[in-house]
Design a protein around this ligand. Structure first.
Ligand code: NAD
Ligand code: DAU
Length: 346
């Protein structure tokens, strides 16, 4: 069972597993919120080893029935409310999906699995649970104390604690990974990189929060999917693995670099896109810097990022330019309302 498989990262994980493991039956469990989109999986939807189940992780009856029907023996749990800004305007949904939903899955897995032999519950989490770094702080490691500061990261931290509690209390075979910011194809354009690309294409203002000096550590989403594969298959039960790109950029540096790449690709004058940059009101409680020390997964499981950021960013930009129809589909309807409401006051 892979939860959240119709979302950004989940769709890359599903694609990797369905293509790489023809002998597994992959059950994608997703309730298709605004962020879930089955179009993300159109290239594999007809594969014999793939099934989609429209179900809510909070719903005990639906999830129990899926465990029974497919004899689920492994869970990779990605379903979540994932956007920090939405958690600031509506925290309750984050507690319900990310905390109660995760607890519901854990509980059903515990009850359905008569013994834990050959079973695995792998929870996908975020570096945001560790809080915010200043410029000279060391990077986050697996032993950094939790210090979540947004409703989103508080909900993810809480779900991580429940997952670990099931390991210590019931002996459930769990794994957790905490990853830095992902980028790549199929990301919903409420997130920075696809939002900037979309606004540049449409010659709309590019909203940069505060001074643009917050720092994020960016990782190619397909490298995250590969790390998930490696951890699921070779990671140790009860362990946490940090995943990151060793690739820190200020938001402004990143946005400027996208502007310049897109000047060339769209045949615009040098510097034209940078004129769209607009500094807007900062995100409340905006974490300053995230940076991941990924030594453990590199040393113990032999994983490291496969491509340089410059190459990944260019591939990402090309994907959005070549898939305008995808962008148009996901930005019609509700997205417009969200955009107008969120960016009106910022
Ligand atoms: P996303 O918002 O793109 O996708 C989330 C998916 O979960 C959607 O398909 C949605 O329909 C589904 N979903 C939401 N609520 C559900 C529910 N109640 N029942 C069933 N399905 C539900 O998210 P993403 O960016 O792909 O992130 C996936 C996971 O990875 C999340 O747990 C997130 O916290 C974590 N993560 C994300 C990043 C990142 O940079 N995007 C980095 C580290 C960790
Ligand atoms: O670090 C991992 C996390 O990365 C994941 O757990 C989250 O699910 C994912 O959404 C992401 O969180 P961020 O808040 O870092 O991502 P976002 O794309 O929303 O913002 C990236 C940075 O850009 C952040 O410093 C805020 C800033 N920003 C964002 C938007 C949407 C802007 O300056 N302007 C914007 O319009």
């Amino acid at each position: 069972m892979i939860t959240g498989g119709a979302g950004f990262i989940g769709s890359h994980v599903i694609r990797l597993f369905v293509n790489k493991y023809p002998d597994y039956r992959i059950v994608n469990v997703d309730s298709l919120t605004y962020a879930g989109n089955l179009e993300n999986l159109s290239d594999i939807e007809n594969k014999a080893n793939y099934v989609f189940e429209n179900a809510d992780i909070k719903n005990e009856d639906q999830i129990s029935a899926i465990f029974d029907q497919y004899h689920i023996d492994g869970v990779i749990h990605l379903a979540a409310e994932s956007h920090v800004d939405r958690s600031i305007s509506g925290p309750m949904e984050f507690a319900l999906t990310n905390v109660v939903g995760t607890l519901n899955l854990l509980n059903i897995a515990k009850n359905k699995w008569a013994d834990f032999e050959g079973k695995s519950f792998y929870h996908i989490s975020t570096d945001e649970v560790y809080g915010s770094l200043s410029m000279d702080d060391p990077m986050f490691s697996e032993t950094t104390a939790y210090d979540p500061r947004s409703p989103y990261s508080a909900s993810k931290a809480s779900s991580d604690h429940f997952v670990r509690a099931y390991f210590h209390t019931y002996g459930m075979p769990i794994k957790i990974s905490n990853c830095s910011n992902n980028y790549g194809s199929h990301q919903f354009p409420e997130k920075l990189i696809p939002l900037v690309i979309n606004n540049i294409v449409n010659k709309k203002d590019i909203p940069v929060y505060g001074k643009g000096d917050n720092i994020r550590d960016w990782l190619w989403v397909e490298d995250h999917a590969k790390a998930i594969d490696v951890i699921f298959h070779t990671g140790k039960n009860g362990e946490t693995y940090n995943i990151g790109g060793l690739n820190e950029w200020t938001n402004l540096e990143l946005v400027e670099s996208m502007c310049d790449i897109l000047d060339e690709k769209l045949g615009r004058e040098k510097g034209e896109n940078r004129k769209l940059i607009t500094f807007v009101k900062d995100r409340l409680g905006h974490d300053k810097r995230y940076a991941i020390d990924a030594t453990k997964i590199e040393n113990d499981l032999n994983w490291k990022p496969s491509i340089e950021f410059e190459e990944g960013l260019e591939k990402t930009i090309d994907w959005y330019l070549n898939n305008q129809e995808w962008i148009e589909n996901v930005t019609s309807g509700d997205y417009q309302k969200y955009y107008e409401e969120h960016y009106k006051g910022v």
